[in-house]
Design a protein around this ligand. Structure first.
Ligand code: C2O
Ligand code: CU
Ligand code: CU
Length: 500
């Protein structure tokens, strides 16, 4: 990150000191000198919590004509200090690593300009956004090196924590692993008294696991083995070994699993209870108390945690048996100030959106996840339309898993988990979602609400969000069309119309 880019980001919600720290961490290679005890080879699981959590800056939009908010993102390569005494070659948006947090409200007209300064073609997908297929940023909207892509849409969905990341077919795993990912917060005007001061009591946590070579470079092949990368160093917002100071009685954490394959079973070191207030696609109707929650790649969760003055607690991941959640990991130490500012009590009611209801006679579609590279026996083919869905439909999608751990993400939609292996989902996962864990040998049923943007020639994707699986073909394509025209829709996209 060059200093002149700092003009693009705002200090909203951050003290100047924290802002400068953040900018320095984002922009400079290891300022922290080499320290013999804090070597790169220290195994994960024995952290010292030495580095203050980096908070991604908010991206300030420029005002455009007709109330349009214009956001500029540049995909670029650079170097960043992650492990003490080393620097790592990485990719990022508007900086060397990760990206700024985009924040927009329901009703906003958004105009994006995404410039690719990388040496290869990429795309930027707005994961969780409800928008026309041409704006979605999947494999059919490539951005060549040197080019700028300008999608635009009007935000029309409830408040949620979304994110953005590349989606070039076969290369998503590598592009995300190198550092291309950022948070995208949607606000709405429903009055809910949740902590909302960004970086103060509303804190983004992007969880990612990486492996490093001795010289600090990223190691591991995201397309190797059954799952690709399961890194032995956990980064939060790109910070290794992080702590964060909280200054209020209650803080909200927006947690994004931005890992290639790893699943986290989140709990606190003292097993305290916390309040889950949001799933991927919006707030829950009411807070749900939990002491442990699971998050697979691509999923988000918002939690609110109560703190006592002066206490310290560690956010951990508890090892499980899913192959992608091995080992107990320490993620982040939270340090409460000796005096904490008052927070609003937790509201009893949150989202006003009704749960997604299944209409009588809803269409049922079945998807079988095969091995680690196919759905219903077919590998992803960018020229093939797999499913044609009428606009505005609510359908039941049944996802059956045979072997390995998988999850399932659907672009453009919100869904509700009906059941997992015949049982109701845990209370903390009953809200609007767009990505769901599908354990091995289990069937998950979803009530899926589709949007109303029609385009018979440009597909949206559904896929496993373990990026190694997505890249090797565990992905399919659907179009949303005018109801009644389903049978007239061509199931192939002429080669001239796709750019792979
Ligand atoms: Cu987050 Cu199709 O992806
Ligand atoms: Cu998506
Ligand atoms: Cu998978």
């Amino acid at each position: 990150m060059k200093i002149d880019r700092i003009g693009l980001i705002t200090m909203h919600g951050m003290s100047r000191r924290r802002f400068l720290t953040t900018a320095a961490l984002a922009g400079l290679t290891a300022a922290c000198g080499s320290s013999s005890e804090a070597g790169a080879s220290r195994p994960a699981g024995k952290p010292g919590f030495r580095t203050e959590l980096r908070i991604p800056p908010l991206l300030r939009p420029e005002p455009g004509k007709g109330g349009v908010r214009r956001f500029q993102l540049t995909m670029q390569s650079g170097r960043v200090g992650i492990l003490p005494g080393t620097s790592t070659a990485t990719w990022g948006f508007n900086g060397s690593f990760l990206g700024p947090t985009i924040r927009a409200a329901r009703g906003d007209k958004i105009q994006m300009a995404v410039t690719n300064r990388l040496p290869e073609t990429s795309t930027v997908h707005w994961h969780g956004m409800r928008l026309p297929a041409k704006m979605d940023g999947g494999p059919h909207q490539p951005i060549e090196p040197g080019a700028t892509w300008r999608p635009h849409w009007t935000v029309d969905q409830p408040a949620a924590t979304s994110w953005y990341h590349p989606h070039p077919h076969g290369k998503t795993a590598m592009h995300v692993y190198r550092g291309l990912a950022g948070m995208f917060i949607v606000d709405d005007d429903v009055e809910v008294e949740l902590p909302d001061r960004y970086g103060v009591d509303d804190i983004p946590l992007i969880l990612q696991d990486k492996s490093f070579a001795a010289d600090g470079s990223l190691a591991g092949d995201p397309l190797k083995g059954t799952f690709g990368i399961l890194g032995d160093h956990i980064l939060v917002n790109g910070t290794y070994d992080p702590f964060v100071n909280v200054t209020t009685e209650r803080a909200r954490f927006r947690i994004l699993n931005g890992s290639n394959a790893r699943m986290y079973n989140l709990a606190f070191s003292d097993r305290r209870k916390f309040h889950v207030v949001g799933n991927d696609a919006g707030l829950l109707p009411a807070p749900v108390t939990a002491d442990r929650v699971s998050l697979t790649p691509g999923e988000r969760m918002e939690i609110v945690v109560d703190f006592a003055p002066g206490e310290q607690v560690v956010l951990r991941s508890v090892g499980g048996s899913a192959d992608i959640d091995e080992g107990d990991l320490e993620l982040l130490k939270i340090v409460a100030a000796a005096r904490l500012a008052d927070s609003q009590p937790l509201p009893a009611r949150l989202a006003r959106t009704a749960p997604i209801a299944v209409p009588a006679g809803a269409r049922v579609r079945r998807f079988k996840l095969n091995g680690h590279d196919a759905i219903n026996g077919k590998e992803m083919d960018p020229t093939r339309i797999d499913e044609v869905v009428p606009a505005g439909a609510t359908e039941i999608w049944e996802i059956e898993n045979s072997v390995y751990a998988h999850n399932f993400h659907i672009h453009e939609v919100a869904f509700r988990i009906l059941d997992v292996g015949g049982s109701a989902p845990p209370g903390y996962a009953t809200g609007h979602k767009d990505t769901v864990y599908v354990p091995s040998k289990t069937t998950v049923r979803l009530a899926v609400e589709f949007g109303r943007h029609t385009d018979p020639r440009t597909p949206y994707m559904y896929h496993c969000h373990i990026l190694r699986h997505e890249d090797s073909g565990m992905m399919g394509q659907f179009v949303i069309v005018e109801p009644g025209t389903e049978n007239q829709i061509s199931r192939t996209i002429p080669a001239a119309h796709h750019h792979m």
